[in-house]
Design a protein around this ligand. Sequence first.
Ligand SMILES: [Mn+2]
Length: 360
Amino acid sequence: MGNHELDQLRKQVEEINLELLNLINKRAELVQEIGRVKETGGVNRYDPVRERKMLNLIKENNDGPFEDKTVEHIFKEIFKAGLNLQQDNHQKALLVSRKKKPEDTVINIKGELIGDGKPHFVFGPCAVESYEQVAQVAKSVKEKGLTLLRGGAFKPRTSPYDFQGLGIEGLKILKKIADEYNLAVISEIVTPNDIETAVEYLDVIQIGARNMQNFELLKAAGSINKPVLLKRGLAATIDEFINAAEYIMSQGNGNIILCERGIRTYEKATRNTLDITAVPILKQETHLPVFVDVTHSTGRRDLLLPAAKAALAIGADGVMAEVHPDPAVALSDAAQQMDLNQFDNFYKEILASQPAARAF
Ligand SMILES: [Mn+2]
């Protein structure tokens, strides 16, 4: 007799579970609809005043046995789930997302197809110091059959008293070398005002780690017709990184290369901590090519090769590293740039480590 009663009660509980499920999902559909209406009206999704009103109404009607506090907690969870659902829908709409565009973005830089499944490389000095200095590296890059050369003209440095770069003079040197060696040059731009000038000299505009959330700069880079290499901020989450890229793409420029360059952690053995799994996450979440800067992430010459191998093994589209003819006298990042011999060996080792299917 007792067993029969228990079964009956359990059956009723199961039926109520299904009713609740049905109601929760019905509510979710309405919340999604509200989200759509709000989006077209440009209204913020989260409305704390309305949430407070709803909670008050629920508590007024609560006859127990649950206490008000418990009921409030349960409904807060339901509200939160609804808000998350709206945000998921919003996420789907990001222009840089895979959901929006399933195919890989391939960027043509002077015939080099970034994002085509083969590894690509960007080498060059930390900073442009002189024509001769950059030309020596350019020669070495060219000899390897490579196309992309980097060099900093505007250097955002930790201390205002450190070498700040040659500025426009540096861009002119890069342009001269690009023409003479038929290379594509990449350099960092730090203010929106310089973007228009920079496009005359550069093939790729770099936005550096310290400017990843300089939204005016991102928007300016989004309004030009040049590929942009966007570095991850030193304390930026992957989500913030993706949204920074969205700032560029939302202005019309979809030719973006994402570059993981290490993040700040408590670890002191390396200059930053290379967040290697950011690479496959970015590849899954976005359709953009992903590079790894092995120089600034490690800050150690002895780690450049293993880090570069790891980057390519985990699916990076390219590797960036700094090369200087005489690192000991470099005006910036002296401790981590490769000299030309080390560069030759580095590249030889990388070539040898690649499976035939990924030959380049
Ligand atoms: Mn550097």
